[in-house]
Design a protein around this ligand. Structure first.
Ligand SMILES: CCCCC/C=C/CC(=O)SCCNC(=O)CCNC(=O)[C@H](O)C(C)(C)COP(=O)(O)OP(=O)(O)OC[C@H]1O[C@@H](n2cnc3c(N)ncnc32)[C@H](O)[C@@H]1OP(=O)(O)O
Length: 358
């Protein structure tokens, strides 16, 4: 269900009636979503250095990147409902995923034409996936598996689909290294499990380059539509690490062992058309018509009887499921060791010293 103009106006009115101060973070978020919904992406100059409030507002608005006006309107309505559960929108039920998803700006969940959309929303960092985002995505998938949508879609905001794991994930957490890597392995395992077990059709709209784990989990999707600007890159060896996302099993099955090794061991970056020829991508669209064509396709597919699609997906998936879980467990075990290796530590240091981009 997409929020109408009237829902939006109601939500704006409800904010004015709030009896309690929702706090600065919430107010900044409301401001940013309101501006994005009414004016589109921020294109005004950054306020002067001593205008702290003006700069905080500008930052919050700018962080929304190119989020479409309709999505911002929907997010505003949903956010107002979450501030005051008794304030429900006049259009009835909102996206079910919001009910159990913690507040997150980096992973945005919306609902449209029976389709739940999970958008990676860190365009300034090329949608790199933080530790928190792994957990939010896991929750979002769990919620989407139970909501009333027919299809779930994954995409990225901005010019990247995702640059994969945020390489600062291991430098900004507390506790011993062993403990941090054990927790990370568990978080990764839960994250990948939620793709393996996802019960409905899951579609990726790869709007731009994809790196690392953003590529590997594609082997667990039911369809992958890509812009012709998308590329697919798994530079694991150069980072001193090993494949995850079940790719050590799905990629050889999808593209054959030789092509899988070229990507997963030698780190060859491939184009969208190459990925399509190799079976990782379902179809490639010209970038300037990508959104329109892919959404026309999805909207038509979402009209199919949902139970038949769900049962069909389960048939396709059920026989390999135990193997996928076993592969996931083993990949996470091996990675936990690799993260401690000198090769991996050096590669991450090199990236942050700005000498080692892909
Ligand atoms: C729970 C743990 C689970 C772990 C699971 C493991 C998964 C494995 C992987 O996913 S491996 C892949 C890891 N990703 C990378 O190695 C990509 C690193 N990024 C780059 O090489 C480049 O940034 C780029 C090629 C993606 C884009 O280059 P470009 O020049 O176009 O842009 P910038 O480099 O200036 O990027 C803009 C800002 O974004 C930051 N950034 C981009 N990607 C990441 C990332 N993966 N991790 C952290 N930060 C990233 C970049 O540092 C810039 O930030 P700045 O503006 O503050 O400088």
């Amino acid at each position: 269900m997409v929020a109408s103009e009237k829902d939006f106006e109601n939500a704006v009115h409800q904010v004015k009636l709030l009896k309690e101060d929702p706090g600065n973070d919430a107010k900044l978020k409301l401001y940013a979503l309101y501006k994005q919904a009414t004016e589109g992406p921020c294109n005004v100059p950054k306020p002067r250095v001593f205008d702290f409030l003006g700069r905080a507002k500008w930052d919050a608005w700018t962080a929304l990147g190119s989020l479409p006006k309709e999505t911002a309107r929907q997010n505003y309505v949903d956010f107002v409902s979450s501030l005051r559960p008794s304030l429900t929108s006049s259009s009835g039920e909102g996206p079910a995923a919001h009910r159990s998803l913690p507040e997150s700006e980096d992973v945005v969940v919306t609902s449209k034409d029976s389709i739940t959309v999970i958008t990676l929303n860190r365009p300034a960092k090329k949608n790199a996936i933080t530790y928190q985002m792994y957990q939010d995505i896991t929750l979002a998938l769990k919620a989407a598996s139970k909501d009333n949508s027919t299809i779930t879609v994954f995409t990225g905001n901005g010019n990247y689909y995702s640059s994969g794991n945020d390489l600062s994930n291991f430098s900004n957490r507390s506790g011993s290294l062993q403990q941090m890597y054990a927790e990370s392995a568990l978080t990764l395992r839960n994250f990948v499990d939620s793709f393996i077990d996802f019960p409905k059709p899951l579609v990726a709209l790869v709007n731009g380059p994809a790196v690392g784990i953003a590529v590997t989990v594609l082997g667990l999707f039911d369809a992958v539509y890509a812009s012709d600007r998308a590329t697919f890159h798994t530079p694991f060896s150069s980072l001193g690490i090993t494949p995850e996302g079940c790719s050590s099993y799905t990629f050889p099955k999808i593209m054959g062992p030789a092509k899988a090794a070229e990507m997963l061991i030698f780190g060859k970056k491939i184009t969208a058309r190459e990925a399509c020829a190799q079976g990782l991508v379902t179809e490639v669209f010209p970038h300037n018509t990508f959104q329109k064509e892919a959404w026309a396709r999805l909207t038509a597919y979402a009209k199919n009887p949902p139970k038949a699609m769900r049962i069909g997906k389960q048939l396709l998936r059920s026989f390999g499921k135990e193997t996928l879980h076993a592969v996931n467990a083993e990949e996470c075990r091996v990675l936990q060791e690799r993260w401690l290796s000198e090769e991996c530590v050096n590669a991450i240091q090199t990236f942050f010293s700005k000498k080692g981009k892909l």
